[in-house]
Design a protein around this ligand. Structure first.
Ligand SMILES: *Cc1c(COP(=O)(O)O)cnc(C)c1O
Length: 361
Protein backbone atom coordinates (compact mmCIF):
# COMPACT_ATOMS: atom_id res chain seq x y z
CA UNK A 1 0.00 0.00 0.00
CA UNK A 2 1.35 3.47 -0.84
CA UNK A 3 1.53 6.15 1.81
CA UNK A 4 -1.05 8.10 -0.23
CA UNK A 5 -3.57 5.28 -0.03
CA UNK A 6 -2.89 4.76 3.66
CA UNK A 7 -3.59 8.46 4.21
CA UNK A 8 -6.68 8.30 2.00
CA UNK A 9 -8.03 5.43 4.09
CA UNK A 10 -7.25 6.96 7.44
CA UNK A 11 -7.84 10.71 7.14
CA UNK A 12 -11.43 12.01 7.33
CA UNK A 13 -12.96 12.71 3.90
CA UNK A 14 -13.94 16.26 4.87
CA UNK A 15 -10.36 17.01 5.90
CA UNK A 16 -8.91 15.53 2.70
CA UNK A 17 -11.28 17.74 0.72
CA UNK A 18 -9.88 20.90 2.35
CA UNK A 19 -6.96 22.94 1.13
CA UNK A 20 -4.65 24.30 3.81
CA UNK A 21 -4.88 28.02 4.63
CA UNK A 22 -2.79 29.69 1.96
CA UNK A 23 -0.36 32.47 2.84
CA UNK A 24 1.19 33.99 -0.30
CA UNK A 25 4.93 34.75 -0.33
CA UNK A 26 5.55 38.40 0.57
CA UNK A 27 9.31 38.73 0.76
CA UNK A 28 10.46 42.10 -0.52
CA UNK A 29 6.92 43.32 -1.11
CA UNK A 30 4.97 46.17 0.48
CA UNK A 31 2.65 44.01 2.53
CA UNK A 32 -0.90 45.33 2.36
CA UNK A 33 -2.72 42.01 2.36
CA UNK A 34 -3.12 40.87 5.95
CA UNK A 35 -4.24 43.82 8.13
CA UNK A 36 -0.98 44.03 10.00
CA UNK A 37 0.08 47.23 11.70
CA UNK A 38 2.96 48.38 9.43
CA UNK A 39 4.80 50.35 12.10
CA UNK A 40 7.66 48.97 14.19
CA UNK A 41 8.95 50.06 17.59
CA UNK A 42 11.66 52.64 18.18
CA UNK A 43 15.20 51.36 18.84
CA UNK A 44 14.85 52.43 22.46
CA UNK A 45 11.66 50.44 22.95
CA UNK A 46 13.18 47.37 21.26
CA UNK A 47 16.15 47.61 23.56
CA UNK A 48 13.95 47.72 26.67
CA UNK A 49 11.90 44.77 25.39
CA UNK A 50 14.99 42.65 24.77
CA UNK A 51 16.37 43.52 28.19
CA UNK A 52 13.15 42.25 29.72
CA UNK A 53 13.32 39.00 27.74
CA UNK A 54 16.94 38.61 28.70
CA UNK A 55 15.97 37.97 32.33
CA UNK A 56 14.04 34.87 31.41
CA UNK A 57 15.17 31.28 30.82
CA UNK A 58 13.30 28.88 28.58
CA UNK A 59 13.65 25.76 30.73
CA UNK A 60 10.46 26.42 32.71
CA UNK A 61 6.86 26.06 31.54
CA UNK A 62 4.90 29.26 31.05
CA UNK A 63 2.45 30.59 33.65
CA UNK A 64 -0.50 28.36 32.70
CA UNK A 65 -2.94 31.08 33.65
CA UNK A 66 -1.01 34.00 32.10
CA UNK A 67 -2.31 36.08 35.00
CA UNK A 68 -0.18 39.17 34.42
CA UNK A 69 -1.23 39.33 30.78
CA UNK A 70 -4.89 39.11 31.80
CA UNK A 71 -4.47 41.85 34.41
CA UNK A 72 -2.84 44.13 31.86
CA UNK A 73 -5.55 43.43 29.27
CA UNK A 74 -8.24 44.15 31.84
CA UNK A 75 -6.54 47.41 32.53
CA UNK A 76 -5.99 48.71 28.98
CA UNK A 77 -9.33 47.46 27.61
CA UNK A 78 -11.38 48.39 30.70
CA UNK A 79 -12.77 44.91 31.17
CA UNK A 80 -15.10 44.68 34.16
CA UNK A 81 -14.25 42.48 37.15
CA UNK A 82 -17.54 40.59 36.69
CA UNK A 83 -16.33 39.15 33.42
CA UNK A 84 -13.72 36.52 32.85
CA UNK A 85 -10.98 36.51 30.22
CA UNK A 86 -9.85 33.44 28.30
CA UNK A 87 -6.67 33.64 26.22
CA UNK A 88 -5.99 31.92 22.93
CA UNK A 89 -3.04 31.49 20.60
CA UNK A 90 -4.61 34.13 18.38
CA UNK A 91 -8.39 34.44 18.25
CA UNK A 92 -8.29 31.64 15.70
CA UNK A 93 -7.63 29.27 18.56
CA UNK A 94 -10.55 30.72 20.51
CA UNK A 95 -12.89 30.07 17.58
CA UNK A 96 -11.65 26.48 17.63
CA UNK A 97 -12.20 26.14 21.40
CA UNK A 98 -15.73 27.51 21.10
CA UNK A 99 -16.53 25.12 18.28
CA UNK A 100 -15.10 22.11 20.12
CA UNK A 101 -17.20 23.00 23.14
CA UNK A 102 -20.52 22.95 21.26
CA UNK A 103 -19.86 20.42 18.48
CA UNK A 104 -22.59 17.86 18.97
CA UNK A 105 -23.76 15.81 15.97
CA UNK A 106 -25.70 18.10 13.64
CA UNK A 107 -24.78 21.32 15.45
CA UNK A 108 -24.42 24.47 13.38
CA UNK A 109 -22.20 27.55 13.13
CA UNK A 110 -23.90 30.47 11.42
CA UNK A 111 -22.34 33.70 10.15
CA UNK A 112 -23.30 36.50 7.78
CA UNK A 113 -21.26 36.18 4.58
CA UNK A 114 -18.79 37.23 3.29
CA UNK A 115 -16.96 37.10 6.58
CA UNK A 116 -13.77 35.83 8.22
CA UNK A 117 -12.94 32.48 6.57
CA UNK A 118 -11.84 30.73 9.74
CA UNK A 119 -15.44 30.43 10.97
CA UNK A 120 -16.20 28.08 8.10
CA UNK A 121 -12.89 26.25 8.23
CA UNK A 122 -13.12 25.55 11.95
CA UNK A 123 -16.71 24.37 11.57
CA UNK A 124 -15.33 21.76 9.18
CA UNK A 125 -12.42 20.81 11.46
CA UNK A 126 -14.81 20.13 14.31
CA UNK A 127 -17.40 18.28 12.22
CA UNK A 128 -19.99 21.05 12.56
CA UNK A 129 -22.30 22.25 9.86
CA UNK A 130 -21.64 25.77 8.58
CA UNK A 131 -24.40 28.07 7.38
CA UNK A 132 -23.43 31.37 5.73
CA UNK A 133 -26.23 33.89 5.22
CA UNK A 134 -25.42 36.37 2.43
CA UNK A 135 -25.29 40.04 3.33
CA UNK A 136 -27.51 42.51 1.51
CA UNK A 137 -26.16 44.39 -1.52
CA UNK A 138 -25.36 47.25 0.90
CA UNK A 139 -23.19 44.73 2.83
CA UNK A 140 -25.40 44.91 5.92
CA UNK A 141 -27.01 41.90 7.61
CA UNK A 142 -30.02 40.59 5.70
CA UNK A 143 -32.17 40.36 8.79
CA UNK A 144 -35.12 38.42 7.34
CA UNK A 145 -32.87 35.77 5.83
CA UNK A 146 -30.82 35.57 9.02
CA UNK A 147 -33.82 35.25 11.33
CA UNK A 148 -35.32 32.49 9.20
CA UNK A 149 -31.94 30.67 9.07
CA UNK A 150 -31.74 30.88 12.86
CA UNK A 151 -35.24 29.44 13.11
CA UNK A 152 -34.41 26.67 10.67
CA UNK A 153 -30.95 25.64 11.93
CA UNK A 154 -30.96 26.73 15.57
CA UNK A 155 -27.21 27.49 15.44
CA UNK A 156 -25.12 26.69 18.49
CA UNK A 157 -22.73 29.52 17.57
CA UNK A 158 -23.25 32.70 15.61
CA UNK A 159 -20.17 34.72 14.67
CA UNK A 160 -20.59 38.40 13.87
CA UNK A 161 -17.45 40.39 13.18
CA UNK A 162 -18.05 44.00 14.13
CA UNK A 163 -16.58 45.65 12.06
CA UNK A 164 -16.68 42.86 9.50
CA UNK A 165 -13.78 41.39 7.54
CA UNK A 166 -13.50 41.65 4.51
CA UNK A 167 -16.14 44.36 4.09
CA UNK A 168 -14.81 46.76 6.75
CA UNK A 169 -18.22 48.07 7.82
CA UNK A 170 -20.17 47.90 11.07
CA UNK A 171 -23.50 46.10 10.84
CA UNK A 172 -26.71 47.77 12.09
CA UNK A 173 -26.96 47.51 15.83
CA UNK A 174 -30.73 46.85 15.79
CA UNK A 175 -30.19 43.86 13.54
CA UNK A 176 -27.58 42.36 15.83
CA UNK A 177 -29.90 42.93 18.80
CA UNK A 178 -32.67 41.02 17.01
CA UNK A 179 -30.32 38.14 16.24
CA UNK A 180 -29.23 37.91 19.87
CA UNK A 181 -32.84 38.07 21.08
CA UNK A 182 -34.03 35.11 18.99
CA UNK A 183 -30.91 32.92 19.42
CA UNK A 184 -30.75 30.14 21.95
CA UNK A 185 -27.09 29.61 20.96
CA UNK A 186 -24.10 31.74 21.83
CA UNK A 187 -23.48 34.91 19.82
CA UNK A 188 -19.78 35.78 19.46
CA UNK A 189 -19.13 39.41 18.61
CA UNK A 190 -15.70 39.41 17.00
CA UNK A 191 -14.04 42.76 17.64
CA UNK A 192 -10.75 42.03 15.89
CA UNK A 193 -10.75 45.62 14.59
CA UNK A 194 -11.74 47.35 17.82
CA UNK A 195 -8.71 49.65 17.68
CA UNK A 196 -9.93 51.23 14.45
CA UNK A 197 -13.49 52.08 15.44
CA UNK A 198 -15.26 53.97 18.22
CA UNK A 199 -17.87 51.19 18.42
CA UNK A 200 -17.47 49.10 21.55
CA UNK A 201 -19.64 46.10 22.34
CA UNK A 202 -17.96 45.09 25.59
CA UNK A 203 -20.97 46.34 27.63
CA UNK A 204 -23.15 43.82 25.74
CA UNK A 205 -21.61 41.02 27.77
CA UNK A 206 -23.59 42.43 30.71
CA UNK A 207 -26.65 43.26 28.64
CA UNK A 208 -27.21 39.81 27.12
CA UNK A 209 -26.82 36.36 28.63
CA UNK A 210 -25.83 34.76 25.31
CA UNK A 211 -23.11 37.17 24.14
CA UNK A 212 -19.34 36.88 24.44
CA UNK A 213 -16.77 39.26 22.96
CA UNK A 214 -13.67 38.12 21.11
CA UNK A 215 -10.68 40.38 20.49
CA UNK A 216 -7.10 39.99 19.28
CA UNK A 217 -3.84 41.90 19.54
CA UNK A 218 -2.95 40.94 15.96
CA UNK A 219 -4.37 43.94 14.15
CA UNK A 220 -3.08 46.48 16.63
CA UNK A 221 0.58 45.64 16.06
CA UNK A 222 1.34 42.30 17.74
CA UNK A 223 0.42 39.79 15.02
CA UNK A 224 3.65 37.88 15.53
CA UNK A 225 2.92 37.18 19.19
CA UNK A 226 -0.41 35.38 18.63
CA UNK A 227 -2.71 36.51 21.38
CA UNK A 228 -6.50 36.58 21.29
CA UNK A 229 -8.98 36.99 24.11
CA UNK A 230 -12.52 36.05 24.88
CA UNK A 231 -14.48 38.10 27.41
CA UNK A 232 -17.64 36.75 28.95
CA UNK A 233 -19.60 35.55 31.93
CA UNK A 234 -17.75 32.99 34.07
CA UNK A 235 -20.54 30.46 33.43
CA UNK A 236 -19.55 30.40 29.73
CA UNK A 237 -15.81 30.81 30.06
CA UNK A 238 -15.36 28.19 32.80
CA UNK A 239 -16.60 25.57 30.35
CA UNK A 240 -14.43 26.75 27.44
CA UNK A 241 -11.39 26.89 29.77
CA UNK A 242 -11.58 23.11 30.13
CA UNK A 243 -10.67 22.69 26.47
CA UNK A 244 -7.76 25.11 26.48
CA UNK A 245 -4.41 23.35 26.35
CA UNK A 246 -2.57 24.20 29.59
CA UNK A 247 0.33 26.17 28.12
CA UNK A 248 -1.19 27.62 24.96
CA UNK A 249 0.32 31.07 25.58
CA UNK A 250 4.09 30.64 25.58
CA UNK A 251 6.38 32.61 27.86
CA UNK A 252 7.92 34.74 25.10
CA UNK A 253 4.42 35.84 24.12
CA UNK A 254 3.41 36.49 27.72
CA UNK A 255 6.48 38.60 28.48
CA UNK A 256 6.31 40.47 25.18
CA UNK A 257 2.60 41.20 25.54
CA UNK A 258 3.13 42.42 29.11
CA UNK A 259 5.84 44.71 27.82
CA UNK A 260 3.84 46.02 24.87
CA UNK A 261 0.73 46.64 26.94
CA UNK A 262 2.84 48.73 29.28
CA UNK A 263 3.50 50.81 26.16
CA UNK A 264 -0.04 50.58 24.82
CA UNK A 265 0.03 54.33 24.13
CA UNK A 266 2.62 53.66 21.40
CA UNK A 267 0.30 51.17 19.69
CA UNK A 268 -2.62 53.55 20.09
CA UNK A 269 -0.77 56.43 18.49
CA UNK A 270 0.12 54.15 15.58
CA UNK A 271 -3.52 53.12 15.11
CA UNK A 272 -4.50 56.78 15.21
CA UNK A 273 -2.25 57.46 12.22
CA UNK A 274 -3.67 54.41 10.45
CA UNK A 275 -7.21 55.70 10.98
CA UNK A 276 -6.28 59.09 9.51
CA UNK A 277 -4.54 57.48 6.58
CA UNK A 278 -7.53 55.21 5.98
CA UNK A 279 -9.56 58.35 5.34
CA UNK A 280 -6.94 59.76 3.00
CA UNK A 281 -6.73 56.51 1.03
CA UNK A 282 -10.53 56.36 0.89
CA UNK A 283 -10.70 59.94 -0.40
CA UNK A 284 -8.12 59.14 -3.06
CA UNK A 285 -9.96 56.02 -4.24
CA UNK A 286 -13.14 58.08 -4.46
CA UNK A 287 -11.46 60.27 -7.05
CA UNK A 288 -10.89 57.27 -9.37
CA UNK A 289 -14.20 57.07 -11.19
CA UNK A 290 -13.91 53.42 -12.22
CA UNK A 291 -13.42 52.27 -8.61
CA UNK A 292 -16.10 51.83 -5.94
CA UNK A 293 -14.85 52.02 -2.37
CA UNK A 294 -16.83 51.36 0.82
CA UNK A 295 -16.45 53.31 4.06
CA UNK A 296 -14.46 51.32 6.61
CA UNK A 297 -14.21 51.13 10.38
CA UNK A 298 -11.23 48.79 10.17
CA UNK A 299 -7.60 49.09 9.02
CA UNK A 300 -8.40 48.14 5.43
CA UNK A 301 -10.63 49.21 2.58
CA UNK A 302 -12.79 47.11 0.31
CA UNK A 303 -12.55 48.42 -3.25
CA UNK A 304 -14.34 47.24 -6.37
CA UNK A 305 -12.28 47.39 -9.56
CA UNK A 306 -13.68 47.77 -13.11
CA UNK A 307 -15.36 44.60 -14.49
CA UNK A 308 -13.16 41.50 -14.61
CA UNK A 309 -9.99 43.43 -13.75
CA UNK A 310 -9.37 42.68 -10.08
CA UNK A 311 -7.08 39.68 -10.67
CA UNK A 312 -5.06 41.53 -13.24
CA UNK A 313 -4.73 44.64 -11.08
CA UNK A 314 -3.68 42.46 -8.14
CA UNK A 315 -0.94 40.91 -10.27
CA UNK A 316 0.22 44.23 -11.70
CA UNK A 317 0.41 45.82 -8.25
CA UNK A 318 2.65 42.94 -7.20
CA UNK A 319 4.82 42.59 -10.27
CA UNK A 320 5.18 46.21 -11.35
CA UNK A 321 4.87 48.08 -8.06
CA UNK A 322 5.97 45.53 -5.42
CA UNK A 323 2.69 45.85 -3.56
CA UNK A 324 0.85 42.83 -2.20
CA UNK A 325 -2.89 43.25 -1.62
CA UNK A 326 -5.66 40.68 -1.25
CA UNK A 327 -7.71 39.72 -4.27
CA UNK A 328 -11.22 38.69 -3.18
CA UNK A 329 -12.65 38.19 -6.64
CA UNK A 330 -14.10 34.70 -6.86
CA UNK A 331 -14.36 34.15 -3.11
CA UNK A 332 -18.01 35.27 -2.81
CA UNK A 333 -20.55 36.72 -5.28
CA UNK A 334 -20.72 39.98 -3.31
CA UNK A 335 -16.95 40.35 -3.66
CA UNK A 336 -16.81 40.09 -7.43
CA UNK A 337 -14.05 42.37 -8.79
CA UNK A 338 -13.01 43.35 -5.28
CA UNK A 339 -9.61 43.92 -3.72
CA UNK A 340 -8.96 44.36 -0.02
CA UNK A 341 -6.34 46.99 0.71
CA UNK A 342 -4.74 47.08 4.15
CA UNK A 343 -3.78 50.59 5.22
CA UNK A 344 0.01 50.71 5.42
CA UNK A 345 2.46 53.37 6.54
CA UNK A 346 1.83 56.83 5.14
CA UNK A 347 4.65 56.28 2.63
CA UNK A 348 3.31 52.89 1.56
CA UNK A 349 -0.16 54.35 1.08
CA UNK A 350 1.24 57.06 -1.18
CA UNK A 351 2.94 54.36 -3.27
CA UNK A 352 -0.35 52.45 -3.47
CA UNK A 353 -2.29 55.57 -4.48
CA UNK A 354 0.17 56.34 -7.29
CA UNK A 355 0.17 52.72 -8.46
CA UNK A 356 -3.63 52.49 -8.62
CA UNK A 357 -3.94 55.83 -10.36
CA UNK A 358 -1.35 54.76 -12.89
CA UNK A 359 -2.99 51.38 -13.56
CA UNK A 360 -6.52 52.77 -13.74
CA UNK A 361 -5.89 56.01 -15.63
C1 LIG B 1 -7.74 38.67 11.74
C2 LIG B 1 -9.04 38.27 12.30
C3 LIG B 1 -9.14 37.35 13.36
C4 LIG B 1 -8.02 36.47 13.84
O1 LIG B 1 -6.97 37.04 14.38
P1 LIG B 1 -5.84 36.24 15.16
O2 LIG B 1 -4.61 36.71 14.52
O3 LIG B 1 -6.05 34.75 15.03
O4 LIG B 1 -6.01 36.68 16.56
C5 LIG B 1 -10.38 37.09 13.89
N1 LIG B 1 -11.47 37.66 13.38
C6 LIG B 1 -11.43 38.52 12.35
C7 LIG B 1 -12.69 39.11 11.86
C8 LIG B 1 -10.21 38.84 11.77
O5 LIG B 1 -10.19 39.66 10.71
Amino acid sequence: MSIESRAAKLIRDDIRALSAYHVPPAKGLIKLDAMENPYVWSDELRKQWLEQLNQYSVNRYPDANAQTVKDKLRDVMHISKEHDILLGNGSDEIIQLLAMAVAKPGSVILAPEPCFVMYRMIATYTGMRYVGVPLSAQLDIDIDATLSAIKKYNPALIFIAQPNNPTGNLFSIEKIEKIIAVSSGLVVLDEAYTAFTDADFLPWVSRFENVVIMRTLSKVGLAGLRLGLLVGAPAWLNEIEKLRLPYNINTLTQLSVEFSLTHYDVLMSQTKIIREDRQSLYDHLKTISSVTVWPSEANFLLAKMPDEQAKNIHTRLRDEFNILVKCLDGSHPLLKDCLRLTVGTSTENETLKKALSSILS
